[in-house]
Design a protein around this ligand. Structure first.
Ligand SMILES: NC(=O)c1ccc[n+]([C@@H]2O[C@H](COP(=O)([O-])OP(=O)(O)OC[C@H]3O[C@@H](n4cnc5c(N)ncnc54)[C@H](OP(=O)(O)O)[C@@H]3O)[C@@H](O)[C@H]2O)c1
Length: 336
């Protein structure tokens, strides 16, 4: 009989956790046992999953003693910092959605379409990149392979769901009388906030720094010139990004578009004569990265602009993490 696995979902009651449960139901992986963890706040809560009822358990230091094959963590950086090494020390492979381990040189930072071959280098922890980085590197890797990227300029338009349940509440209830903002420093309704995560001494935000550093690590281009402005917008779900890319080599635009069309995980939606381009409302619920408005940047020798949209809770978090688990299962079955 084929091997069946045991998986822990840490942060199962959060926004990413909820989508992860949905994606796990859709994927039907060879997993025979699931355990859902949260903090003490949601412990005891009942969840229906694959038509069965589960009681959420409080995550504790001995939670991994019972033996797990995999754990997906979506419970914030502090929880990952403390509990991912404990899980890994008990033989469980952790796929971590937080930023805690992403830049650790012993931790592979994985987007399966881009660098799945690096999964094998893990020492118990694998990091899932930042949501805005994941959707960017899927098309950028294709273009880097073919034309060698010289410089990237990111401008993002990020949905409130990327800020978890508190961010969603600020959009949904922000106009209610007496409502006190839970996540953002200013109202998000009718507003754009050029401020995601904390400000750093160099004037950038941590989100901008994450996009720059994580892109370099995933593309394995440590010296690549990248700059970023990340902005929170009043959109419920799916991040949109205007990406300007300059190449070392010349290209034919038709050929470049075909490279993207033929790549795994990308859907090109680009027909301006019929007003066709990627939209957040259409990307939500899908795992692909949608690319459009692909056009030459006439201000440089070899460059383009493109508009890249993806569901930040699916491809940007839950689905990417579950794809990594799928790859681990595939590799495990090959070694049997
Ligand atoms: N939202 C996105 O688009 C996105 C994308 C990529 C990565 N991420 C990352 O994924 C993580 C979760 O984000 P989210 O948006 O789902 O946040 P969220 O909606 O606030 O959910 C947080 C989850 O973590 C749990 N949790 C908090 N402290 C815990 C602890 N000490 N022990 C165990 N569980 C604990 C919460 O449990 P309770 O119910 O008990 O509070 C809840 O299940 C974060 O690290 C975030 O950076 C989010």
């Amino acid at each position: 009989m084929d091997k069946r696995y045991k998986l822990a979902l840490v942060g199962a009651t959060g926004v990413v956790g909820e989508v992860a449960r949905k994606v796990l139901e859709e994927k039907k992986l060879p997993i025979s046992e699931y355990v859902f963890f949260s903090s003490c706040r949601s412990a005891g809560k009942k969840l229906t999953f694959m038509e069965k009822e589960y009681i959420v358990r409080e995550l504790k230091e001995d939670s991994f003693d019972e033996g797990f094959d995999f754990a997906i963590f979506s419970a914030g950086g502090d929880t990952s910092k403390k509990f991912a090494p404990i899980a890994a020390s008990k033989g469980c492979i952790v796929v971590d959605n937080s930023s805690a381990w992403r830049m650790d040189e012993n931790v592979p930072l994985i987007v399966p379409e881009v660098n799945s071959s690096e999964i094998k280098n893990h020492k118990g922890i694998i990091a899932n990149p930042n949501c805005s980085t994941i959707q960017a590197v899927v098309p950028l890797k294709v273009l880097d392979n073919k034309y060698k990227i010289k410089r990237i300029v990111y401008s993002t338009y990020q949905a409130v769901s990327g800020a978890g349940i508190k961010g969603i509440n600020d959009l949904v209830y922000g106009n209610d009388e007496g409502y006190k903002l839970q996540k953002f420093p200013y109202p998000i309704i009718n507003n754009c906030l050029p401020h995601i995560d904390v400000f750093l001494d160099n004037g950038y935000t941590k989100e901008e720094e994450k996009m720059i550093n994580e892109t370099r690590k995933i593309l394995n281009r440590p010296d690549l010139k990248i700059t970023a402005t990340t902005v929170r917008v009043p959109v419920m779900n799916s991040h949109s990004e205007a990406i300007n890319v300059e190449f070392e080599n010349n290209f034919e635009l038709d050929e470049l578009i075909n490279e993207l069309k033929n790549a795994k995980g990308i859907v090109v939606q680009d027909d301006i004569k019929r007003d066709v381009y990627p939209l957040a409302i259409n990307a939500t619920g899908h795992d692909e990265v949608f690319v459009g408005r692909i056009r030459r940047d006439f201000s440089v020798d070899y460059g383009i602009n493109m508009w890249v949209v993806a569901d930040n809770l699916r491809k940007g978090a839950a689905s990417n993490a579950i794809q990594i688990v799928e790859e681990l299962i595939k590799k495990d079955s090959l070694t049997k």
